[in-house]
Write a protein that binds this ligand. Structure first.
Ligand code: NAD
Length: 336
């Protein structure tokens, strides 16, 4: 098997602190993999003037998988060139249209499948002469079909229930979305489908999240609902994501942002980044056993070692070290 090449983009704020723990775990679990650190976000703007320098993008395009920390820095909030532009450009360049956001805790096991490279975040925007500012939401049927298909396929491999979330009582793009879901449903007789309006979906997720299996939705609805799902299953510090394309490298990153309020203090919870690393092992490198070993090690470590966001006093590196200890106890280091 050729050596895997993993590009690590540490990002901004708490990014470098949590990326360090991910790197140490990868060195244990995939010692043969090449790890290539590149710049993105505010760190890249400071070094090169660009939020996604050509070297970083080229490295990502040629990688087996990309592991990314959060980007964003208040210093650039009002600037024309902003760190988050690098992230959107990377998602678009890799065409990672399928964003998988698992939220698991107790009786809750929801997988949110969010369309990632279309809709309001990528539509035409601007300012009219009268001062009106606008963003537009557009979807081509092909963009909807491919993400809805992912939703059906993923539901088929889980508990067989798909909730499609839209705002079809108001939006044309949602009515297109609903037509496509209904047209594809007969091809998946083993999956039960329901449509839910996004406002209701938010309420249901907050009150009875255990009713959901796979939830498929467009870009902005998915952005908001997945943070809500993260909040009801233990908080942002725990929530990972995988963004997949058809055939190219996947992008794996925590759901949370760069958390400048706690950056540089060793107080960041590395769990979301480490769970994203587990998703990378599974979906990016096809190493299910090692992904499962890492997930067990994270759960084992969290039983006793807790960072401040979880009510404990452990540091980022305390939790990272506890995860690596669990891996050694589990014998996962020797997994071939
Ligand atoms: P945030 O996720 O950075 O922080 C929200 C709250 O959660 C803060 O109180 C923070 O301390 C806490 N938090 C987040 N991650 C944590 C962790 N791992 N451990 C412990 N506590 C954690 O959200 P924000 O403040 O809205 O955004 C800050 C910056 O991050 C902005 O510039 C935003 O654009 C950017 N952002 C980037 C991404 C990304 O790169 N994918 C995602 C969201 C936000």
């Amino acid at each position: 098997m050729p050596t895997s090449r993993i590009v690590l983009l540490a990002g901004d704020g708490i990014g470098p602190e949590i990326a360090r723990e991910a790197r140490l775990v990868l060195e244990v679990l995939v010692p043969d993999a090449q790890l290539d650190e590149q710049l993105i976000g505010a760190a890249a703007i400071r070094a090169t003037g660009e939020p996604l320098p050509a070297d970083s993008l080229d490295a990502c395009r040629g990688a087996t998988a990309v592991l990314k920390g959060p980007v964003g820095d208040p210093e650039f909030d009002a600037a024309d060139v902003r760190p988050e532009q690098g992230l959107l450009a990377l998602r678009a360049a890799l065409d990672t249209y399928a964003n998988l956001r698992p939220a698991v805790q107790g009786g809750v096991d929801v997988l949110i499948v969010r369309e990632l490279v279309g809709g309001l975040y990528f539509g035409a925007r601007g300012t009219r002469e009268d001062g009106t500012v606008f963003d537009t939401c557009e979807y081509h049927p092909r963009q909807v079909e491919r993400i809805v298909r992912r939703g059906f396929e993923l539901a088929r491999g889980r508990r067989g229930h798909l909730t499609s979330v839209d705002k079809a009582n108001v939006l044309e793009t949602s009515r297109l979305w609903r037509r496509i879901v209904d047209r594809m449903a007969p091809s998946y007789p083993d999956v039960t489908v329901e449509h839910m309006l996004v406002d209701n979906a938010a309420m249901q997720l907050a009150t009875t999240p255990q009713q959901f299996d796979v939830l498929v939705t467009e870009n902005m609805f998915g952005d908001i609902l997945s943070d809500l799902a993260a909040a009801v299953t233990g908080g942002l510090g725990l929530a990972p994501s995988a963004s997949l394309s058809d055939g190219g490298p996947g992008l794996f990153e925590p759901v949370h942002g760069s958390a400048h309020d706690i950056a540089g203090r060793g107080a960041a919870n590395p769990t979301a980044m480490l769970r994203s690393t587990a998703l990378l092992l599974e979906h990016g490198l096809g190493l299910r056993d090692r992904a499962a070993a890492l997930t067990r090690a994270i759960d084992g470590a969290l039983a006793t070692v807790r960072t401040p966001d979880l009510g404990g006093t452990a540091t980022t590196s305390d939790l990272g070290a506890a995860v690596r200890e669990q891996l050694a106890v589990d014998g996962a280091v020797a997994v071939s």
